[in-house]
Design a protein around this ligand. Structure first.
Ligand code: SF4
Length: 186
């Protein structure tokens, strides 16, 4: 049995169709900000669960203070360090739960997105697998990206415009403002 950490429904949607083993889904995402966005993505996952009938294990911990303090400190050095903290936080919670509750493996839906730091996720997952004595189920799911997009459209799933944290939201939309202004000038 695999415990699949889900960052959101669209990323999860095509993965569950290709897994060749039984699975349960794990929700723990204190990186999604602001909180209304967190609720919206959670609501979308719930909607998808009703369509596909899978089980979700919820960890609703949302320690914003802890998350922001750590991420802000690391972000001053680099976004890679910030993301490392973020992946490790979520994957460690998943690995620990999986180990303590009799799962054979754990994995993450973040392996699906070409916009994520794929090799970093792989490295952290493998390290946590060794630490907790449970296999990190690695697969490069990125080739499923177009299919996932179709599934999300089919079920009317909300597709977010940025990764999750407020830093990624700023990166996305400040870039858009710059582009709009630039295009307006020309
Ligand atoms: S960009 Fe995404 S992976 Fe990186 S810190 Fe923000 S939410 Fe986490």
């Amino acid at each position: 049995m695999i415990l699949v950490h889900a960052c959101c429904a669209p990323c999860l949607s095509s993965i569950i169709d290709v897994l060749d083993e039984p699975f349960k889904v794990f929700w723990y995402n204190p990186n999604i900000q602001p909180y209304r966005e967190y609720l919206r993505r959670l609501d979308t996952l719930e909607k998808f669960k009703k369509e596909k009938n899978f089980e979700i294990i919820y960890d609703f911990s949302y320690d914003l203070q802890h998350w922001m303090e750590n991420a802000s400190k690391l972000n001053k050095k680099s976004d890679v360090l910030r993301c490392r903290f973020c992946y490790a936080d979520r994957l460690e919670r998943t690995a620990k739960y999986a180990k303590e509750n009799g799962f054979d493996k754990f994995t993450s839906s973040t392996l699906y997105s070409p916009y994520q730091k794929h090799e970093l996720i792989r490295e952290i997952g493998n390290a946590l697998g060794k630490k907790y004595g449970i296999e990190f189920y690695y697969r490069d799911f990125r080739d499923l990206f177009p299919r996932g997009d179709e599934i999300a459209k089919k079920y009317g799933l909300y597709r977010q415009g940025y990764c999750g944290c407020i830093f990624s939201e700023f990166d996305k939309y400040s870039m858009k403002v710059k582009l709009d202004v630039h295009q307006g000038i020309e």
